[in-house]
Design a protein around this ligand. Structure first.
Ligand SMILES: [Zn+2]
Length: 324
């Protein structure tokens, strides 16, 4: 990234896709570049502050050494109720199918959101901010809204993981400890997770078609098994030299987790090592393997979308769900 002037807005890397797909690993990798700060699922910031959930560092967000100054600066610029107002605007503007609407609420959303990213940029000193809010139903339109309403310079990454790994992650209860409350039997949790994964990925493809910037497709399996090559792709897409981070991962070094808001429980470890999680291969029941074979969305054959440039959602060249 070439922006370095104090007053310029940050470049925002947006991690789209379903949860349980490795976004905490991805944002930790990016956070270890000196120009980058990862903030986790920042769409949940207002909710997280009001419910007094902790930052990944363990402190309450209001007293965290990073978020405390960000929130101070933000409220001084936008008013003491800015976070509450932002949450109301997000509810109206980022959900499907309303996110394309342009009105007074979306305009105010734009001002409040832009100011928050400027406060993050100022406190972090970083020119690149990674927002891993992903694509839950509440935030499906967020990447569109961040560009169209908040005027941010967005680099979308469409992160996916093989649906069988995602199902198993749901069944074993991995993920964010704050959201776990389902009382369904495990096999139903798996099937429900698969349906949500299919739905979310299809919705993401639609959102990507409406974005002004191409999205980079990235699969978790490639990221953890061929990290160096995938970081070269990422680096080319983001205009960042990630070779230093790739070398550290190659040496087996642990990477420091940022002051993430919400996300996978991994973030509380403060350090993560990049290693593949292939537990589903030996644990996923046959029923769920069959369900995946029948699902209308699957992982394309390897190498069918290795190019960094010009990818804008599924096309005849890169049909995202068409391979077996
Ligand atoms: Zn913190």
């Amino acid at each position: 990234m070439t922006q370095d002037h104090e007053t310029q807005g940050p470049v925002v890397v947006y991690v789209m896709g379903y949860g349980r797909s490795g976004s905490t690993l991805l944002d930790t990798i990016l956070n270890n570049h000196p120009s980058v700060t990862s903030v986790g699922e920042v769409a949940n910031l207002p909710d997280w502050v009001s419910r007094e959930h902790p930052c990944a560092c363990g402190a309450l967000l209001e007293s965290c050494t990073f978020w405390g100054p960000v929130l101070d600066r933000y409220r001084r610029a936008m008013g003491s109720e800015a976070l509450e107002e932002l949450e109301r605007c997000q509810t109206r503007v980022e959900r499907a199918p309303l996110y394309r609407r342009s009105d007074a609420v979306s305009q105010r959303y734009g001002e409040l959101t832009n100011a928050l990213f400027h406060a993050i940029r100022k406190v972090s000193g970083s020119t690149v901010i990674v927002d891993s809010s992903k694509s839950s139903r509440r935030a499906i339109g967020r990447p569109y809204a961040l560009t169209a309403h908040a005027g941010l310079d967005l680099r979308p990454i469409f992160l996916r993981r093989d649906g069988r790994g995602v199902m198993w992650s749901g069944m074993r209860g991995a993920g964010s400890p704050e959201w776990e409350s389902s009382r369904l039997p495990r096999s139903l949790i798996g099937l429900r997770t698969l349906l949500a994964w299919v739905y979310t990925n299809r919705r993401c493809e639609r959102v990507i078609r409406g974005l002004s910037h191409s999205a980079l497709p990235l699969w978790y399996e490639d990221l953890v098994s061929d990290t160096e090559a995938q970081l070269r792709r990422l680096g080319a897409f983001l205009d960042l030299d990630l070779s230093g981070v790739a070398q550290r991962i190659g040496r087996g070094e642990a990477l420091a987790v940022a002051h993430n808001v919400s996300g996978n429980r991994l973030r509380y470890q403060r350090q993560v090592r990049i290693q593949p999680d292939r537990e589903w291969e030996s644990h996923l029941p046959m029923l769920h393997r069959w369900a995946y074979r029948l699902a209308p969305y699957r992982r394309p054959a390897p190498r069918s979308e290795g190019s960094t440039e010009g990818w804008k959602g599924p096309s005849s060249r890169h049909p995202a769900g068409s391979s077996s």
